[in-house]
Write a protein of this length. Structure first.
Length: 351
């Protein structure tokens, strides 16, 4: 058995676009081989062909080194200092583009791929699309962490008392991502396209749920102001509470939308003895109903309706079919949501 000894830490495999293996990839190959893995199993783990793995191992067996021979291959256009500088720049500022980096190091004479190569070969970073999350100020980060810490002691019974509420928009046509089976040259074939509409019909709905079941879902007619909101509370929320809690105690959750915090809304809560759960700003990741909206939208992805009434009827039907097991799972995720926000120091989480 060949025994490998490396001083360089193993890194993630580099992008497959580049043929030359990084020292990290070679180190991983050597360690996997030393553990007794076959060429094909090593290839699957590092994302390379078995012939490439064999070539690396043969090179070590013949020369006791994984390095390329001096002078072989095309010479690099960037100096070692420039390559290190490029990697350091992206680690310090993750928003830099390849063109900006090229301009910063004064090497407009090289192509973009030459700038990207040191980053890929370093193996620590890769390029991804940014994730859309609400902006959270420093103050709100602190308030989110404080709120989570204050509710860490809540038990399952405590969370089961909460009735979660929110408003959400839905478009006439499903606009979520879909996968399609097609040939490589059929990207723009009509069957492989998802039509988009610049001004698609949109409705807004209000809904609520608890661990015991879904409450009412209501179509919001016109603009949602304080008057419309209190009417929804007086009708939909009241009916939902009777169904879900009967005469048991409950806590009502809502976000910090201005109409939710308006004077008339607060007066309504006070006059009707409704206990409202204090809520940190910019915290959709703490509200499980946000996930429920996505689930509802996906359940109605094959909708064929042509008007607002039909769309709401489809949503209402799917809403009432949501299983209690799903609702329990969402509510039971609250402790993990709290821990995630605390671990992220108040920044957005995966929820």
């Amino acid at each position: 058995m060949i025994v490998f000894s490396f001083t360089t830490a193993c890194s993630k495999p580099s992008n497959k676009t580049f043929c030359q293996l990084s020292i990290g990839e070679k180190s991983i190959i050597g360690l996997l081989h030393a553990e007794g893995n076959t060429l094909r199993s090593i290839g699957k783990k590092v994302g390379r062909g078995w012939s490439t793995i064999k070539r690396v191992l043969d090179r070590f067996e013949s020369r006791k080194s994984l390095d390329r021979l001096p002078g072989t291959g095309k010479s690099r256009k960037l100096t070692p200092t420039e390559r290190r500088d490029i990697v350091l720049k992206v680690k310090r500022d993750c928003n830099l583009t390849a063109r900006e980096i090229r301009s910063d190091i004064g090497r407009d004479d090289v192509c973009i791929n030459t700038i990207l190569r040191p980053i890929h070969e370093d193996g620590e970073l890769n390029s991804y699309w940014t994730t859309n999350k609400p902006f959270i100020s420093k103050n709100n980060q602190l308030l989110r962490v404080q709120w989570c810490k204050e509710h860490l002691h809540w038990t399952k019974a405590d969370w089961d008392k909460v009735i979660w509420s929110d408003e959400s928009p839905f478009t006439l046509r499903f606009n979520g991502r879909r996968r399609v089976w097609r040939r490589h040259n059929e990207r723009y074939h009509v069957k492989a396209l998802k039509g988009t509409f610049k001004h698609d019909l949109k409705i807004n709905v209000w809904g609520c749920f608890s661990a015991h079941g879904v409450g009412k879902i209501s179509l919001i007619e016109g603009i949602m102001d304080t008057k419309v909101y209190t009417l929804i509370l007086d009708n939909e929320l009241r009916d939902s509470v009777k169904t879900l809690f009967k005469k048991k105690q409950y806590i009502f959750q809502q976000d910090n939308d201005p109409k939710h915090k308006a004077k008339k809304t607060l007066e309504y809560f006070s006059d009707n003895g409704i206990r409202v759960l204090p809520w940190p700003a910019q915290s959709p990741d703490l509200n499980p109903i946000e996930n429920l909206w996505s689930i509802l939208n996906n359940k109605c992805k094959n909708r064929q309706t042509t008007n607002a009434k039909g769309l709401f009827e489809d949503l209402e039907r799917a809403w009432n079919e949501l299983g209690v097991d799903l609702l329990h799972k969402l509510v039971d995720s609250m402790p993990k949501r709290l821990e995630a926000v605390i671990a992220a120091k108040g920044m957005p989480t995966k929820y």
